[in-house]
Design a protein around this ligand. Sequence first.
Ligand code: GH3
Ligand code: MG
Ligand code: MG
Length: 213
Amino acid sequence: MRLEGLKGSWTSERDKVVESYLSGAASALSNLRLLDTMKQQANIDSLTALYNRRFLEDYAKRQIAVARRKDEPLGFIMLDLDHFKAANDLFGHEVGDRILRHFAQTITGAMRETNLAARFGGEEFLVLLPDTNAKSCLLVAERIRKAVARMIVPSGTDKPLPQTTVSLGIAVYPDHGRTLEEVLQAADKALYESKRGGRNRSTLYIEQVEPAG
Ligand code: GH3
Ligand code: MG
Ligand code: MG
């Protein structure tokens, strides 16, 4: 900051006033910056740097409102690593964490910029795809699945890690649910079908006909 004035008009008292104003402003600015960082941290998962569940739920609800207003579909892909407990048990938690970080990068590398990926919890993730129909969601899901099946995670030893794979479930607003809870439930059911079918696959939710009885 530069102050200009008539020669001789500047006094040491004025110096002090300016100084005290500036230090007040600096402290307010640094408080704002801290608040900004904390707000961001509250939305970000520290291990993977993806958005966390809290942010995703808030964002997804808003996106549903947008999709409803614009009469557009909103896609949900739920992802869960296959046999991740075994990887943790065999190679340790640190290697498990490394797999999760690589996995997060692989997801973001395989999706569009308008899509949003979040760590839903543990080894479960979610990708939100605005204005994307079921068929396109399935294409993205398969692209992610194949990228994960090629992903190389350093083991830290001479022995390579066994290949990580992922199972995926897809559901689309409004066809498979009209609220966030309903769509997530549908995506979860589809994911379960992927697991049941042998893992390392993508399944689109299909409405089950309740057996008569
Ligand atoms: P499935 O193929 O049926 O999904 O089997 P799974 O072993 O992946 O599923 P399960 O739910 O039994 O195990 C999930 C494991 O994920 C258990 C837990 O130790 C591990 N896990 C969850 N969060 C973390 C984490 O932050 N770091 C590490 N290293 N492991 C985690
Ligand atoms: Mg799981
Ligand atoms: Mg799992």
